[in-house]
Design a protein around this ligand. Structure first.
Ligand code: PRP
Length: 183
């Protein structure tokens, strides 16, 4: 997809495709250095993290393993209740492993906070987080995020894994959605 495919549904481009790829290269260089000589398991959180995971992994020189989790919030259907259930668990035993959780966005931080507690209980050697986007104004719980791409304002963002009603995940950039769609 390209900008013009969205027409009036796109309000603005917040992070361009080039900015995303440049940032992932920068983060990958840090990750390569930090995990030199150590094994590394990337854990992508479905579905939003698919794009970040794919591009980050291809930019790394490190021979990583990749696995996936799918989680969902209990209750009202809002994603930020903080009470999470696992829809798809890892196929990998993370005991003794260096785990790097890969996320598209940290909003309230509640999903990640739950996930970090869950993964830590499995006895990994280490657990760190890499997130492409973070909304500092929305954070409700302090989560340690070692690798952050961009801090963004509290706007409805789509693209590069992020959806509106399950669409627009396949944009190569991150944009804001025109308010008439969700007002
Ligand atoms: C998004 C995102 C994070 C979570 C962040 O996933 O990928 O997992 O929300 O929100 P939080 O910081 O407020 O907990 P979402 O539930 O939208 O599912 P998706 O990845 O399938 O789109």
């Amino acid at each position: 997809m390209e900008e013009k495919d969205l027409g009036a549904d796109l309000a603005s481009v917040l992070v361009t495709a080039e900015q995303i790829q440049d940032k992932l290269a920068e983060l990958a260089a840090r990750i390569d250095e930090d995990y030199q000589g150590r094994d590394l398991l990337l854990v992508g959180v479905l579905r939003g993290a698919v794009m970040v995971m794919a591009d980050l992994a291809r930019t790394l020189h490190h021979p990583v393993e990749m696995d996936w989790m799918a989680v969902s919030s209990y209750g009202s259907g809002t994603k930020s209740s903080g009470v999470v259930r696992i829809l798809k668990d890892l196929d990998t035993d993370v005991a003794g492993r260096n785990v790097l959780v890969v996320e598209d966005i940290i909003d309230t931080g509640l999903t990640l906070s739950w996930l970090l507690t869950n993964l830590s209980s499995r006895g990994p050697a280490s657990v760190e987080v890499c997130a492409l986007l973070r909304k500092p104004d929305m954070i409700r719980v302090d989560v340690p995020v070692r690798y952050v791409g961009f801090d963004i304002p509290n706007e409805f963002v789509i693209g590069y894994g992020l959806d509106y009603a399950q669409k627009y995940r396949n944009l190569p950039f991150v944009g804001t959605l025109a308010p008439h769609l969700y007002a």
